[in-house]
Design a protein around this ligand. Structure first.
Ligand code: ME8
Length: 518
């Protein structure tokens, strides 16, 4: 890499099953990943952000049959719905990958060939319990027979069916020690620690070889050299991350630049697939492992699990319509520590919207900017010597970039926002104490300095909240007179406002939520 090239950063979400339309859990994952991607771009990285849909497998086929359409039609229809959700959420992805894309077929078959060439694939017979809902195999002891006479996977409550067929197997058992060694040498490979520990304990209990092909249906990637088999959907699905980087062309500029991926962002229900199977497949194929698997929790509505039968599945578009996109993005990232399970409710969203956004940020910006408009000729005021109080709040704002960067590096979005809002709290206290509206009559020079300091703190906050609230932050930077381009990247963080520069007319950016009249 020459010195003029930016550092690469490859980040992915899970690819969703398009057997239905997206829900708020899907929205949560792409919003968080989008915030991370935007942060890295603003921080000077060459970011490649990929999301998409996982279109093969028995679940897709069964749903299609129930709906009387072909799996291809079902995939197309719902994949479009996922893309539409991404657009509604302002997701800045660089590629939306579909596992039915032609380049993905090549990648999936090539990783298979590599694992086979390494001696890790053999043909045998599978007999055991399979959950179509989870697209996962379960050992008998991990299932239970219930009163309805059906057998269920204990952990996920999904029905399992007895499956017996010829199948290729992957020698997962051979990777137990190598995986444990990798975990030891890379303590941040899985995060947060509590969820990573669950993965480690699972591996320590012993790994069995994995059935990786099916013969009873053909909606999948054909196994190279044996068309009677299609690949187990997870082999195909996980490989999407390689496809995006340009695999199987390992000499491609994109591959040398972006692989290995920096972060796979996924939910807690699929941590084993990403932190056990995936690194084992990659080791077998002689490919580098991703740096990090970030495991987020599940979102529940008022603490209650979302389900179609409970009728509490909320369409992301309805949320946006009610509260606004930036409020939703802010709420999810601020309210739920990333990694933990979280809950949302109307009251909690309105609370954040009114207190954090409208009061703490919106009012401070609006009050200081309107005073500048009225009393400083609509130009950034000229400060005179800073007082200790001025210096103090300026330094707190200055320190935010490093603090927030450290938090984002670990996907601790709520902590990052907490730090920003702590400084905003102090900035509000500073503004109230300094009372520039009183200074207007007694000491105009001091008034100008206080307004300058306040605007500068707001500018720094506006720069830092761009990844979370792209639209609102952009409007805030507009009213602060910041031109598009370099002035809006983190490179400009330490370059304070220029006194005398023109400011456009201020306009309120963060509305309060008012309950609609009965
Ligand atoms: O698992 N809250 O797809 P998927 C938060 N195709 N996250 C949730 C959630 C909730 N209530 N429900 C689901 C698959 N998710 C596979 C992935 S990757 C190679 C293949 C998350 O549509 C879930 O944990 O069931 C996963 O990360 C993502 O949404 C897609 O789930």
């Amino acid at each position: 890499m020459t010195s003029t090239e930016l550092n690469p950063y490859f980040i992915t979400t899970a690819i969703s099953y398009p057997n239905g339309v997206p829900h708020i859990g899907h929205a949560y994952e792409v919003i968080a990943t989008d915030a991370m991607a935007r942060f890295k771009r603003l921080d000077g990285y060459d970011v490649f952000f990929m999301t998409g849909t996982d279109e093969h497998g028995q679940k897709m086929l069964q749903t299609a049959q129930q709906q009387g359409v072909s799996p291809r039609e079902l995939a197309q229809r719902n994949s479009d719905a996922f893309q539409q959700m991404n657009d509604e959420l302002g997701i800045s992805y660089d590629r939306f990958i579909r596992t039915t894309d032609p380049d993905h077929l090549d990648a999936a078959q090539e990783i298979w060939r590599r694992m086979e060439a390494n001696g890790d694939i053999y043909l045998d017979k599978y007999a055991g319990w399979y959950s179509v809902r989870d697209e996962a195999y379960y050992a008998e002891e991990d299932t239970e027979l219930r009163e309805d006479g059906l057998r269920y996977a204990t952990e996920t409550d999904t029905e399992v069916t007895w499956t017996e067929e010829e199948s290729y197997f992957f020698r997962l058992s051979a990777y137990q020690d190598k995986l444990l060694e990798h975990y030891r040498n890379h303590p941040d490979f899985g995060a947060p620690r509590s969820r990573f520990n669950e993965v480690i304990r699972f591996v320590e209990r012993g790994l069995q070889d994995l059935s990786i092909s099916r013969t009873t249906f053909d909606w999948g990637v054909p196994v190279p050299g044996n068309d009677a088999h299609v690949m187990y959907v997870w082999v195909d699905a996980l490989t999407n991350y390689l496809t995006g980087a340009g695999f199987p062309d390992t000499d491609a500029a994109s591959f040398t630049k972006y692989w290995p991926a920096d972060v796979h962002v996924i939910g807690k229900d699929i941590s084993r697939f990403h932190a056990i199977y995936w690194p084992a497949f990659l080791m077998s194929a002689g490919l580098e492992l991703p740096e990090r698997v970030m495991i987020h929790g599940f979102l529940h509505n008022n603490g209650v699990k979302m389900s179609k039968s409970l009728g509490n599945v909320i369409a992301p578009a309805d949320f946006i319509g009610q509260y606004g996109l930036d409020t939703i993005r802010y709420f999810f990232l601020r309210e739920v520590p990333f990694g933990a399970d979280g809950s949302y409710s109307h009251e909690a969203i309105v609370g954040r919207m009114n207190a954090d956004l409208a009061n703490n940020l919106g009012n401070l910006a609006q009050r200081s900017l309107s005073m500048v408009k009225k009393n400083c000729g609509g130009q950034v005021p000229e400060p005179s010597a800073f007082s200790a109080a001025d210096e103090q709040i300026l330094q707190q704002a200055e320190a935010l970039l490093k603090g927030v960067r450290d938090r984002f590096e670990k996907q601790e979005f709520s902590r990052a926002l907490e730090e920003i809002w702590a400084v905003l709290g102090d900035a509000n206290a500073y503004f109230a104490e300094q009372a520039p509206w009183v200074l207007r009559k007694t000491d105009e020079e001091r008034m100008r300095t206080v307004l300058y300091v306040t605007l500068e703190v707001v500018r720094k906050v506006a720069l830092l909240v761009q990844p979370v609230m792209p639209d609102a932050a952009s409007q805030l930077l507009d009213v602060l007179g910041q031109p598009d381009g370099a002035a809006r990247t983190f490179a400009a963080f330490g370059q304070p406002l220029t006194a005398g520069s023109e400011l456009p007319a201020p306009s309120p950016i963060f509305p309060r939520y008012e309950e609609p009249a009965e």
